[in-house]
Design a protein around this ligand. Structure first.
Ligand code: ATP
Length: 613
């Protein structure tokens, strides 16, 4: 596929305002890209391979500016000035490419293969002279690019193409493209028919098509849950159709999407929901998924990024203490004081997430891995075993010591015992508990009542923080004028509609440093119009495409006529007295969902009391 075609598709996607239109364009783009489909998916996500391969072009803004200057003939200062004005290096490259001061001698038509290949080469270049090589490869692309191509080429190394295309929309587009093949199977047709409610003939056809797409989408997502690489999934589909999809299976080296916990506000309600359950201490570190294949150990973050190089101590612990040739296990890693046998504060643990000085920090703040699940053991997928059996398997597979242990746990159906365990956990410096359904399988990529968390309350009614996507901001007034930012408009994620619905405006909790950081980040993702997947009752001074996620605490969730999150009968949900805590390393689609907000609203004690007769 020619890169110019891809750039045209990106341009169309950027200019539509509804998700349905976006999906239709995406579906056509994927069909057209043929054997380049994997690369087009990666490029549209601003990556050079699946997250777990952590391939990065290694071109920072400075080098990008130099590349744009080199290819256009404008001085670097001018590039910088324009960047300040436009806030997006893609647009800078587009504008300067239109008014090029020099004509390239070696201009060729760019293919997707060529553009992608150059960036992969840049990623592989290291050591002395690498900056020069990268600059050469990047400006070579810009030299041959049209203004529109230049815009998207410059955005690739920034890791954000600003298309607003999330994984769910890509999966929907794939389902749309293969639904005809899917419904050729008699068995599938019968399955769909039996799930149909509609009796009227004219509506049956519509319902059949919708149900078929939904079922295929679920199948695609189930594969994505055990193999988080949409590029490869699309490639297998393009090569072999649905038979290619079937071939995808779980294997060490390919991260599984994590299972997530629901919330309930009290020990009684947890026992009411689960009956006898396994209650584990909830550790406040970072979640790791550990893949062992013989002597090779890889560690993945909650976002399925490969973070192995950051944790040599965990790699050693797994090699030495996991008694299985191959395994995929999951746990929480945290810095631990072995004298007091207590965890160190989260601020200490988080310092271990770094690229440099890794060995020194590992010595200073060794980690302990508290393992809580196993998904694969010696050639067998264990995800579908009941949790109680998975935990037994873990006990057999791990030889526990200072570096690696199983989570503390009790089994009970008594709310009093659960409450005691919760209080003891908090006394020991932990965050609370997670109660687990002993009969449940490992539910990849979803939040279900197989896990229920109960956390130490923050002051106020709302006993947990929420993670919200920033969708806009308000300009600073008074003392804040100098930051250019006075408040944020934030949204919860609506999973059903793949949209971001406004829930609160936040003006407090931000230090001067955070304000400055926010302004810098947000001005680079700003938009002239409301972005396609944003659904908001308020219009901020400046819209931003959902990209950054922040953790927020509030006093309570209230009903609100202003916000769109969970809006029914003219009333949505809003947060009362929200405060920003910190940035979260989450994708916008991993923000707290509207369904969770509804659940949290129901959980609030004030509401529970009101509802009692
Ligand atoms: P979520 O992961 O639910 O989206 P979050 O990132 O804000 O939300 P929490 O609300 O703190 O996380 O709760 C879930 C997290 O708790 C898990 O992702 C995991 O990292 C951590 N955790 C700590 N101890 C355990 C345990 N014993 N079992 C499962 N998870 C645990």
């Amino acid at each position: 596929m020619q890169f110019s075609e891809l750039a045209e598709y990106f341009h169309k996607i950027e200019s539509v305002s509804s998700r349905l239109e976006m999906m239709a364009i995406l579906s056509e783009m994927l069909k057209k890209s043929g054997k380049d489909v994997k690369k087009t998916i990666y490029i549209s996500q601003g990556i050079l391979g699946p997250g777990h391969e952590a391939l990065e072009a290694g071109i920072g803004e400075g080098l990008l500016e130099a590349g744009i200057a080199k290819a256009s003939g404008y001085p670097k200062d001018e590039v910088k000035k324009l960047y300040k004005q436009l806030g997006d290096l893609g647009e800078v490259a587009q504008k300067l490419s239109k008014n090029k001061k020099q004509q390239s001698l070696f201009s060729e038509k760019l293919s997707v293969q060529k553009v992608f290949g150059n960036f992969v080469k840049m990623a592989a270049t290291e050591g002395r002279g690498s900056q020069e090589t990268k600059l050469g490869a990047f400006s070579e692309l810009l030299n041959s690019a049209s203004p529109l191509e230049a815009k998207y080429i410059a955005r690739i190394p920034l890791g954000n193409m600003r298309l607003g295309v999330g994984d769910p929309t890509i999966m929907d587009a794939l389902a749309l493209n293969y639904v005809d093949e899917f419904t050729r199977s008699k068995k599938i047709r019968a399955q769909i028919e039996s799930a149909m409610k509609e009796k009227k003939d004219e509506k049956r056809k519509e319902e059949f098509a919708r149900k078929a797409r939904q079922l295929l989408r679920e199948k695609i997502e189930a594969k994505y849950n055990i193999h988080s690489d949409l590029g490869e999934i699309a490639e297998r589909l393009a090569e072999k159709g649905l038979a290619g999809l079937e071939e995808i299976s779980m294997k060490p080296g390919s991260p599984i999407r994590p299972t997530l916990a629901e919330r309930l506000p009290s020990a009684e309600q947890i026992i009411e929901k689960l009956g006898k359950c396994i209650v584990e201490a909830k550790y406040d570190g970072f979640r790791v998924q550990v893949h062992k294949k013989g002597n090779d150990v890889a560690i993945y973050s909650r976002q399925s990024e490969n973070v192995t190089h950051m944790f040599p101590d965990l790699v050693d612990a797994v090699r030495e203490r996991v008694r299985a040739k191959d395994a995929i296990i999951e746990g929480e890693a945290l810095a631990y004081n072995s004298v007091t046998q207590q965890p160190l504060p989260f601020q200490v643990t988080i310092q271990r997430k770094r690229k440099y000085n890794v060995e020194k920090m590992a010595e200073e703040f060794p980690l302990r891995l508290f393992v809580f699940d196993v998904m694969y053991l010696d050639g067998k997928n264990t995800m579908n075993l009941p949790f109680i059996e998975r935990r037994k398997k873990l006990e057999g597979a791990i030889s526990q010591n200072e570096k690696i242990a199983l989570t503390d746990a009790i089994e009970t159906n008594d709310p009093k015992k659960l409450e005691e365990f919760f209080l003891a956990s908090i006394e020991n410096g932990l965050e609370g508990i997670i109660a687990k359904d002993p009969a449940a399988p490992y539910i990849a990529g979803a939040r279900k009542y197989a896990w229920i968390k109960l956390k130490r309350s923050y002051k106020g009614e709302l006993n947990d923080s929420v993670d919200l996507a920033i969708i806009g901001y308000y300009k600073g007034r008074g003392k804040r004028t100098k930051f250019g930012l006075g408040g944020l408009l934030c949204a919860a994620y609506n999973e059903q509609e793949d949209s971001f619905q406004s829930i609160t405006k936040i003006g407090t909790g931000m230090s001067e440093q955070i304000l400055a950081e926010l302004e810098e980040k947000l001005s680079a993702t700003s938009e002239k119009e409301k972005p396609a997947r944003v659904d908001s009752g308020l219009s901020p001074d400046i819209w931003v495409k959902p990209f950054y996620v922040i953790e927020v605490v509030a006093d309570e969730i209230t009903r609100s006529p202003t916000h769109t999150a969970g809006k029914t009968g003219g009333q949505g949900y809003a947060l009362r007295f929200p405060r920003m805590i910190k940035f979260r390393e989450k994708k916008p689609e991993e923000a707290t969902t509207v369904a969770e907000i509804e659940q949290m609203y129901r959980n609030q004690k004030s509401v529970a009391l009101e509802e009692k007769p």
